[in-house]
Ligand binder design. Sequence first.
Ligand code: C5P
Length: 399
Amino acid sequence: MVFKGKRLLLGVSGGIAAYKAAELARRLVVAGAGVKVVMTRSGQEFVTPLTFQALTGQSVAGSLFGPGAQPLEHVTLGQEVDAIVLAPATANLIGKMAAGIGDDLLTTVLLAASRPVLVCPAMNSQMWRQVVVQENIGRLKARGLTVMEPEVGALACGDEGPGRLPEVERIMEALAKLVTCQDLTGQRILVTAGPTHEDLDPVRLITNRSSGKMGYALARAAWRRGAEVCLVSGPTALAAPYGVELVMVRSAQEMLATLRQRFPAASALLMAAAVSDYRPESLAVQKIKRGAEAQQFQLVQNPDILKELRSLKTNQMVVGFAAETQDLVAAGRRKLKDKDLDLIVANEVGRPDAGFAVDTNEVTLITREGDILPLPLLSKEEVAQKIMDWLAQKLAPAK
Ligand code: C5P
């Protein structure tokens, strides 16, 4: 959704990771972006321009002079796009940028560019560790360019260490931020996600079907819009969202303890976790053996986290979620009041296309002021955007 209609310039320089740039170009096109590729001469030694032309449906620019060169392209290309991504960015390209050299089409485009630039370095570990390369990286950062950390692992040359091109997924996340309005800059947003695990014995537990998808989507959306985000997550199978601080917890009590520490400094809490209302009264030290025909376990109530945090509330916006099977709005309103929330996101569960574990959701937003905004069936990413629209407009600009 973020890339729909965006115009991007992908600069490909000459490292073996250039082959991964083909996947990046493809994914960006699928996500709805128009991708113009500019390659250095060495980049073209690793992957042919034809590969990128076929993937993007646009001609690839590669030289300042000669038959394919367009007049003024060196100036216009970096000004007509929403953002520029350099993947892979070699030590040579980084060095030229740091020194202000423009001796080919890509470096000249970068000198004339007026749009945000994402640099995705990829090189041998020894090169990456060189003082001069690190100095150059520092200079690019100081000029406001966004530079990703290369990933650590096995390199094509046989070495192990930092230098791998960041995963395409992560490059896309970092790039998404560069093409998104930064209306949550300076805000500290706390998000909870996933189920909780309430242990019965060393191998058994009480939990629920929450996948964490809604909370993770909220964390990603807030980070993209410029917020500093802490995601407190119960156990899920999801990958850590790029750029977000992830704190993993298991039980409701652990989640409460973490939130007690984090909530006072936050500007907003989005409580998307499906917290277990009950936990076993006691935790068996050994695995409970099969025995009598019927077993009974005593459950005790877990703290209602939102209610517990009320006494710590100062200026934070607090958003709760309500999963209901009937009387959505009435139940939502009741909970909003009861838990002293600024917004409640109510959704009907039990449908195949909304609620737990699926990628879509149909929710109704109910505000403290009494406004009721029913939203259509949307992806969880889109629902997260709608909630962030409300939040951005509610939060006073950070000082
Ligand atoms: O009352 P109910 O559990 O339906 O309310 C749901 C909202 O309350 C969610 O935002 C959920 O994260 C939060 N909650 C909580 N502590 C609990 C149970 C739910 O904060 N023990």
